[in-house]
Design a protein around this ligand. Sequence first.
Ligand code: SF4
Length: 684
Amino acid sequence: YRIREVETVSTTCPHCGTGCQIDLRVKDNRIVDAVGGDGPVNHGLLCGKGRSGSIDFVHSPDRIRTPLIKNKETGEFEEATWDEALDLVAREFTRLRDTYGPQTLAGFACSRSPNEDIYLTQKFVRTCLRTNNVDNCARVCHSASVAGLAMTLGSGAMTNPIADITGDVDVIMLVGSNPEEAHPVIGMQIRQAVQRGARLVVVDPREIDLCKDADLHLRVRPGTNVAFANGLLHVMIAEDLVDHAFIAERTEGFEAMKDLVADYTPERVGEICHVDPDMLREAARLYAGAEKAPIVYCLGVTEHSSGTEGVMSLSNLALATGKLGRPGCGINPLRGQNNVQGGCDMGAQPGDLPGYQKVAADGVVEKFEQAWGVDLNHEPGIMATDILAMSARGEMKALFSYGEDPVRTDPDTAHVVKAMENLEFFAIIELFMTDTATYADVVLPGLSFAEKTGTFTNTERRVQMVRQAVIPEPGMRPETEVLADLMRRMGYPQPTLTPAQIMDEIASVTPSFGGISHERIEREGGLQWPCPSADHPGTPILHVGSFTRGLGRFFPAEYRPSAETPDADYPFILMTGRMLYHYNNGTMTMRAPGLAEISGSSYIELNVDDAARLGIPDGGRVAVSSRRGRIETTARVGTRVSQGETWMPFHFADGAVNELTNAALDEYARIPEYKVCAVHVEPV
Ligand code: SF4
């Protein structure tokens, strides 16, 4: 790693999955400013997180700067050399693997790290821990998209490019997504599209700001997405708004789908979802009647115990109306973390090797055994949420985590703490001493996005460069070097490769990345996979002509209520979400003084009528409790949420909302139900 003598370094934003290009101004090895770069998505735009939140954390005095080993006697961390720390990690993982078996070990990859780091993390888990128990944070955000879109279309990714769905379109169907806060540059572009004349249908329990410009706001009750989508399809079929030729030529399973939605009359769905049946009819007509109408969605669809079925239900709408494989349409999940797309693409999934090559498919593991020169485990691994559940039961012995903070970010904190405490050995790579890192036996210092080189893949499958802007402090090492060192200490002959060489290895074993290299990305400014060969231009729109799985498949799903619904003891529904000023657990954005000043502590949104009944004023302190925990926070009283519903941001340590949330899991993707749990609220 050598820093180029430049004052401006163009790189990719380390926050959300939009993938904005950002120009870092560097002076005396410090980032002094960040401005919007001319990227294919942002065209010079940046939000506050990219502008302010990308600087201060890099140089924060709180950074972990040296390996740390926990003293078993005192429970305190003590500074160690890299040799001491890596020897201990290698020794303990080897001992526990050989004592209890590889299936009692697991690894989490970091979806904020570059593709090259993620690839090497999953390679470490598979070759050295000898298990496929490797996962990434998509498990708790968009695993339902990966599963649901793969089952219906064949590829678990956004079908169309961002410029396409925010450009010259007729109708935008925005479901369970608040892009002006969670993906602000895409949010701005959607607003601009509406100002140019696109019609907007918002499907969301909350009154997000885009509702003011929407033609329709269907304020569905949380947890009723499947019923909503079935109701829309019922109307489309009843009013003959579907595309018969597309259904006949390119899909399968329509008759079973038609039978299922026959019972989802607008009146019945109106009762389930608490919406006006005529608004359902109007939404169906608007969407089905438009030539260009993308479905754009986010965690309001996925983070349910029926999350995968929610995704597939949206897919059914696009299949029925032929809105796939062409510009301005498709079904488009907005991915949360900067490189959570890469987390999945690079094989940090228990069932998939890089490029979604299935562990269970004939010949796939054998191919990687040949490429990597080692025997591999042939059993699909365990998903992250099940890994934590196993650990809580005492069945998981050791965990390697790179940049994940499940104690703060996974549901039901008490359950996660128990999982952490039960581990016999836990090693973590981190920038800061997070809630999760405090449970580790060994903490290894990580490098920020500004201190290393690699690639991030944004929500539209575009692989873009991450360029080193500042030289790390003495003694800090890039994770690719650390992982290779650790692999050698565990007996696997992994050479220390440059990030460009690692990408070449990725291309050699991953057909969808076969034509991607750093040299090409530098020259062409980003490539959208699949890009199978050096002369392939990349694929902006998926499923043109045929679906990745051949025929698109309708998936009939019945509506099921959420795992926990309100009752006399816990009468409110609690939803959670991201806000404009912060990013996930806040380790980066909370260190930006401007952002922390604007928004420094948690709050709960309450409906004005509920607040009046409970005697809670705007700004009053409240206690919020669920069957799993109790927190105190500040009330924001208004009409953003409906009566009987509440909402909290998930970023904060004070009033940490995951003390309350429910770890009920979706059947297919094992994603937790962050978006619906039952709570009690009272003034304090
Ligand atoms: Fe960064 Fe996302 Fe903001 Fe763009 S929209 S600057 S990628 S946080």
